[in-house]
Design a binder for this molecule. Structure first.
Ligand code: GLU
Length: 283
């Protein structure tokens, strides 16, 4: 068993992160397995080194010792490029030149589980036009979802304690796999890394369950193993809303400064006991 905690270093960790990390750590230790840290820092414009250091200090304070060195996504850009190339060679991706504004203005754009669905504008370009524009215009690479799903067929994953779940990648439309401003999207980088790290058990918040539709499809297309998944309830604040990076009071640094014992907090979180005012909720 190998689990991981994968913070994005775009802000300070809060109680929700601590809950997720405590569960992943406990699952690994209970099974005599490994617990790894992955720093999801492919978004160069938002990732900050100070948040990497602060996140590791928070995990240390919580007593959640990790195995090996933290993995940095920014050190694996070549792996994502190689995966994208494999998909490109088999005709599963196409370049898209639309701006966010183009997509938002398109009347054809309905909503899916993770936002506006791409209306397919660039799907219809000829090969000649694609080649010409790729050479001169900023672009991202999108998955040709219909084609990919037609090849992969029906897909499922095991949700721990709940049995088999059917993946519904079609609901997400032609998702972005490599961005104009970042060499890989979360979907591609996370799927490639979970396999490369040998993650057997993905434990993460229920806000990411819809992403698993897409990750399961990418596993099928790239011949990668499918881990077991557990999408856990989300920590909500006194206002009943799930915690966000702006909720400074739930920040681990604030709790530490207030004299909270990190190890005791991690033990409480593992047992589902939250500080007064906080609760666990399924979205
Ligand atoms: N880096 C992602 C986040 O902080 C988590 C990715 C994952 O667990 O798959 O939301």
């Amino acid at each position: 068993m190998l689990t991981r905690f994968a913070p994005s270093p775009t802000g300070d960790l809060h109680l929700g992160h601590a809950y997720s990390a405590a569960l992943a750590h406990a699952a690994a230790r209970a099974a005599g397995g490994c617990f790894h840290i992955r720093i999801d820092d492919i978004d160069g414009s938002r990732s900050r080194e100070e948040f990497v250091a602060a996140s590791l200090a928070d995990l240390d304070w919580l007593g959640l010792a990790w195995d090996g060195d933290p993995v940095r996504q920014s050190a694996h850009l070549g792996d994502y490029a190689a995966a994208l190339e494999r998909l490109r060679a088999r005709g599963f991706v196409y370049p898209c030149f639309c701006t966010r504004a183009d997509i938002a203005q398109s009347l054809a754009a309905p909503h899916g589980p993770s936002g506006i669905l791409y209306p397919g504008t660039c799907h219809h370009l000829s090969d000649a036009e694609r080649a010409r524009r790729v050479a001169s215009e900023p672009h991202c690479w999108r998955l040709d979802m219909a084609r990919a799903v037609a090849l992969a067929g029906e897909l499922v994953w095991e949700e721990e304690g709940q049995g088999t779940r059917a993946a519904d990648p079609l609901a997400h439309g032609d998702v972005v796999l490599a961005r104009k401003d970042a060499p890989a999207s979360y979907h591609l980088a996370s799927t490639v890394d979970d396999a490369a790290m040998g993650v057997t058990h993905v434990i993460r918040g229920a806000d990411l369950i819809a992403s698993t539709d897409v990750h399961r499809l990418l596993q099928a297309l790239l011949d990668l193993p499918t881990p077991l998944y557990r999408h856990h309830a989300l920590v909500c604040g006194p206002d009943g809303k799930r915690l966000a990076k702006r909720d400074a009071a739930a920040g681990l640094a604030a709790l530490r400064d207030a004299g909270v014992d990190g190890r005791a907090l991690a033990a409480d979180l593992r047992a589902g006991r939250l500080p007064a005012g906080y609760s666990l909720q399924n979205p």
